[in-house]
Design a protein around this ligand. Structure first.
Ligand code: PLP
Length: 395
């Protein structure tokens, strides 16, 4: 029986209640709103991928795969890093399969960061970083991404703020590019600034590249590990979920030098031990054979970005143009609002659309109080309907 305590949750996790995503989705459901808050696509991934998984299950690929993952997937991941970025990793020891990037983030932070250490990261931030850092008993040192009016409102960071965030207890920098929720794709120059900080302070870099294939306007994703002196200190995470529109599959992977992979594996073997084998085989095939599908997906998302951006602008928002991911940030101040939480709580009822207030993704909520995040990974007719509702609401 549980001890009769008022709050059984461990102290270090108490600031994490129900996420705002759950609250907004519930509000969307309650009011029959179009949900542009949650970031998952409303169409399926490539047919061959879906068929590949069901075929493997029928064929009996249903028992524990090896802890580091199926060799077919580890090989396909290594091949892709080589083909796209000239990075070479040994599939045996430098590639490790995880239950989505989320389990990779948690096991990497838990395996590499001591209690009391500090982790530098960009904010707004994907919420699982804060959770993993808290689980590790470490401290976050956020560096704000802000829109640069001189560069079409593209979000960027101040190099001096990054350098100032690093102290004697800093162990790791977490870099998410393409970045959720701002849609920023870090440039080689910005990555070099981060690399320089890592090399000078002997830091480990953990990169979250789950949107690596979803970039627009000809902007290319550059892995931090491809910069001079970075391969040996960088653990790079990616996943099939966003690339192939199968967010439920939770099939991810890490690439990095052996000592970093070993640290992560030592923890991960006790968290998930291994990841679904049938899905791994299907993803391995898709990484090699569905590059055309991914290109089309990227083009479709670019046009959806434009579709939603134009609609939001017409409805009175200031839209901050993203170059990657399937999210965009919109400024609500032109509509006469200043608080994103208040705005987002009202919107499902008043307009029949749901969005996510960005401030919950910041340690310094004032940085993002006036911003809400919309997802555009939805069918065109869904985006059009949402835009029409918003125009009626605000116009
Ligand atoms: C969706 C997402 C993830 C989670 O990926 P999974 O493979 O589903 O665990 C990680 N990082 C970012 C930035 C994401 O948006």
């Amino acid at each position: 029986m549980l001890p009769a305590v008022e709050e059984p949750l461990v102290t270090r996790m108490r600031r994490f209640g129900e996420t705002i995503f759950a609250e907004m989705s519930q509000l969307a459901a309650d009011h029959g709103a179009i949900n542009l808050g949650q970031g998952f696509p409303d169409t399926d991934g490539p047919r061959s991928l879906l068929d590949g998984a069901t075929r493997r299950i029928q064929e009996g690929v249903n028992q524990y795969p090896p802890g580091p993952g199926r060799s077919e997937l580890r090989g396909a991941v290594a091949e892709e890093r080589q083909r796209l970025h000239g990075l070479s990793y040994d599939p045996d020891g430098e590639v490790y399969v995880t239950v989505g990037a989320t389990a990779g983030i948690a096991s990497a932070v838990l395996g590499l960061v001591e209690p009391g250490d500090e982790v530098v990261l960009l904010e707004p931030m994907y919420d699982s970083y804060a959770g993993a850092i808290a689980l590790a008993g470490a401290t976050r040192r956020p560096v704000a991404l802000r829109p640069d009016p001189a560069d079409g409102n593209r979000f960027t960071f101040d190099p001096d703020e990054l350098r100032a965030a690093v102290g004697p207890r800093t162990r790791m920098v977490i870099v998410n590019t393409p970045h959720n929720p701002t849609g920023t794709v870090l440039t080689p120059a910005e990555l070099e600034t981060i690399a320089d900080v890592c090399r000078r302070n002997d830091l480990i870099a953990l990169t979250d590249e789950v949107y690596e294939h979803l970039t627009f306007d000809g902007v290319a994703h550059t892995p931090l590990a491809s910069l001079p002196g970075m391969r040996e200190r960088t653990l790079s995470l990616s996943s099939a979920g966003k690339t192939f529109s199968v967010t439920a599959w939770k099939t991810g992977w890490a690439t990095g030098p052996r000592p970093l992979i070993r640290a992560m594996q030592t923890v991960n073997q006790f968290l998930t031990f291994t990841a679904n084998g049938a899905l791994q085989l299907a993803v391995a095939d898709a990484l090699r054979e569905e590059t055309g599908w991914v290109r089309q997906q990227r083009e479709a998302l670019e046009s959806k970005r434009d579709r939603l951006s134009e609609g939001l602008r017409a409805a009175g928002f200031t839209v901050l143009r993203p170059h990657g991911t399937y999210f965009l940030m919109a400024d609500i101040r032109p509509l006469g609002y200043t608080d994103g939480i208040e705005f987002a709580r009202e919107l499902p009822r008043s307009a029949g659309v749901a969005a996510v207030p960005a401030q919950v993704l910041y340690d310094n909520p004032d940085e993002g109080r006036h911003l809400v995040r919309f997802a555009f990974c939805k069918r065109d007719e869904v985006l059009d309907a949402a835009v029409e509702r918003l125009a009626n609401h605000t116009g």
